[in-house]
Design a protein around this ligand. Sequence first.
Ligand code: XUL
Ligand code: CO
Length: 439
Amino acid sequence: MGEIFKNIPKIQYEGPSSKNPLAFKFYDADREIMGKPMKEHLRFSMAWWHTLCATGADMFGVGTADKSFGAEVGTMEHAKAKVDAGFELMDKLGIEYFCFHDVDLVPEADTIAETNARLDEITDYIKEKMDATGKKLLWGTANLFSNPIYMNGAGSTNSADVYCFAAAQVKKALDITVKLGGKGYVFWGGREGYETLLNTDMKFELDNIARLMKMAVDYGRSIGFDGDFYIEPKPKEPTKHQYDFDAAAAIAFLKEYGLDKDFKLNIEANHATLAGHTFQHELRVSAIHGMLGSIDANQGDLLLGWDTDHFPFDVYEATMCMYEVLKAGGLKNGGLNFDAKNRRPSYTAEDMFYGFILGMDTFALGLIKAAALIEDGRIDEFVKERYSSFNSGIGAKIVKGETNLAELAEYAEKLGAPELPGSGRQEYLESIINSVLFG
Ligand code: XUL
Ligand code: CO
């Protein structure tokens, strides 16, 4: 197969003053930030589904982008053409990782046996390309939401037969993830939830989802999967209420069912805002539980109420994301997966590259600015100082667990009334952010 993106050169770093649309302005892969090259902090990944499959079709119209890559859509030739296109795109952008759902790779057949045979064939082809180029699989997953059989969920379905079909897909997706050396396996429960409690046994569904995950862990470990399992929280869409609503709900679920040793979270920016949280909030919740695993790097449109999956553009958000990542000690097995797509009117091949250049530059800037914020130190210092009343005296006794309610009540009575707790200084802190970002 010859070159697919013929008018796109290898994208180079040209620096902030460059006006070349096909160049990086901020992403300089080998530049060291806090002792590590940018590319190792960021571990960018291409999402097979948006990049190689999605054409921009929506509820009101067909696709606008041609993703046939010179082959007939729905054939194995097309599946291979997508591999060729994906590896060329990763090479031209200097992206080292990719992620997929099983059915992103091949057209789903009428039987699971035939689909699996197709997956064997395509992953042989992908593996050859990986060996030749050094590209790596960040994570794999099974699509347990598109097929009509999953209308009532997969792990949460009311049908034992459908549950087994889901199990078969998870098993195969794990097989190919291991075959391709992936260090992550994602569960995104788009249809694991309910439309109405009038027909739903919530406890039973939660138990069954946990059983499926437990079996996935047992199977994965038995075939040598030594990476992380991830839950990717999302509050709604397509299902009205999804059980993995947000990071806190997902962590509570994992702990309740004893899955927290094998699972971490894959936090998606657009899912965070759909849950009524900031991206940073979801990252912080994950990090404080030691469960910040990987990130789906995108951005929602806050004026729209759904998962728009924009390529990231908001440097403030990217900065606070990378601030959390740096503070958490980095992403180990995880990375920044662009679960992002071009807008429907941006339908050309060039637009695909502009999307990634935008996202990669936004996160490069975020990384540079997050490191600058940490090195500046004023925010950390303020937060430390804000809780300093717990460093000594009665505060230290509380933290050490060396007191009780009666002693604290006696202390309060003696005090009469405490002073106000000190200004939160939000506006001052926000202006530090601006001066570090733009100073
Ligand atoms: C859907 C979504 C998924 C997951 C993988 O909102 O984010 O593509 O990332 O299933
Ligand atoms: Co996602």
